[in-house]
Design a protein around this ligand. Structure first.
Ligand code: SAM
Ligand code: SF4
Length: 344
């Protein structure tokens, strides 16, 4: 697999990817599965139907597409899902892709995970060159965690976080702000994270997929949370950037950072540098729009379009931005697919 992919990467012209609005695409999120061992209420329906395995890109195909993007100037690659660590042999893919770190073609190879399997994989992830990962955790109360995730066991995640830290991996926690579930707990979660040397990023819930719950009842603006935090803490503007959409502040009292991802209350599309590949090979240039390019069809068809040409086509349709809306009038999801399908 490796030599074939390397040849392909070398064959591509070293031209960067720039979208129609002049934004350089330097960050690829690669979803390796739509499956997950949890069913977070804001992310999935209770009875999710998962894709047939034959529809998924093989590890070789995932490697081929990721390597083609790296050949075109992508410097940051995030493995996501679904839950990436439930895909069998995912470590093989990660270990193979780590050659791009060694060659200097990639600045960062990273992961977003729910943390339930981290204890098993922490050492191998560190050995593959992962220096920082994101772990999603929406409550530190076992019962609330179980409710939000529809059955998850918080203790597994806590053990996973410890294992990753012991392996030398820096962790950022991701937390979706949910009005009815974790709003009151957020300051204590931030303090807990900062005591353990973890940054903490808050995310506004986005209307993706039909989750059979009322998103309006769960939505809370991060501006509201920030105002609450400012009653107890001094939030200093931070220039810290990670190549993603979060805007950071430093808490003077704890020395830790809080990130705010505010797709709903403050659109960040003007600086978007990202595209997402689903586990079935569809390249979505925008999380919040439906237009996409089917790269699997290009990989599996015997037609003449090269992967490189298809990637150019895909970047050429990157829209200016999303139009997410959660309001009493806008109950239906803005995009039909689930976050777990596109890769968060
Ligand atoms: N399973 C992994 C995890 O939970 O970290 C990776 C995939 S998950 C789809 C990636 C991130 O998207 C998680 O932090 C999750 O909380 C977030 N997410 C999922 N659905 C969302 C939604 N509708 N709005 C906002 N964030 C969402
Ligand atoms: Fe699974 Fe992550 Fe979605 Fe939760 S947010 S259901 S852990 S994919």
């Amino acid at each position: 697999m490796t030599s074939h992919v390397l040849l392909k990467a070398k064959d591509t012209a070293p031209t960067g990817l720039v979208d129609p609005f002049g934004r350089r695409v330097s960050y690829l999120r690669l979803s390796v599965t739509d499956r997950c061992d949890l069913r977070c209420t804001y992310c999935m329906a209770e009875n999710m139907k998962f894709l047939p395995r034959k529809d998924l890109l093989t590890l070789e195909e995932l490697d081929q597409v990721a390597s083609a993007f790296i050949g075109r100037g992508v410097r940051k690659l995030r493995i996501t899902g679904g839950e990436p660590l439930v895909r069998r042999d995912v470590m093989e893919l990660i270990e193979s892709l780590s050659r791009h770190l060694q060659s200097g073609a990639l600045d960062e190879l990273t992961l977003t995970t729910n943390g339930t399997q981290l204890a098993r994989f922490a050492d191998r992830l560190a050995a593959a060159g992962m220096k920082r990962i994101n772990v999603s955790i929406d409550s530190l109360d076992p019962e609330t965690y179980r409710r939000i995730t529809r059955g998850g066991d918080l203790s597994k995640v806590l053990v996973g976080i410890e294992a990753a830290q012991a392996a030398g991996i820096k962790i950022k926690l991701n937390c979706v702000a949910l009005k009815q579930d974790n709003l009151d707990e957020i300051p204590a979660m931030i303090a807990w994270a900062h005591e353990r040397d973890m940054d903490f990023t808050l995310i506004e819930a986005m209307p993706m997929g039909d989750i059979s719950e009322d998103r309006y009842d769960q939505f809370v603006s991060l501006a509201e949370i920030r105002a609450n935090l400012e009653r107890d803490w001094t939030l200093e503007t931070s220039s810290h950037l990670t190549g993603g959409p979060a805007r950071y502040v430093r808490v003077a009292e704890t020395g830790g950072r809080i990130g705010f991802i505010t797709p709903m209350s403050h659109n960040f599309c003007e600086s978007c540098n990202r595209v997402r590949l689903t586990c079935t090979g569809q390249l979505y240039p925008c999380l919040g729009q439906d237009n996409m390019t089917d790269l699997r069809a290009v990989l599996r068809a015997d037609n003449d379009e090269s992967l490189d040409a298809a990637i150019d086509r895909a970047i050429g349709i990157k829209p200016k931005g999303h139009d997410f809306d959660i309001s009493r009038q806008g109950q239906s999801p803005s995009v039909a697919r689930f976050m777990s399908t596109t890769g968060g």
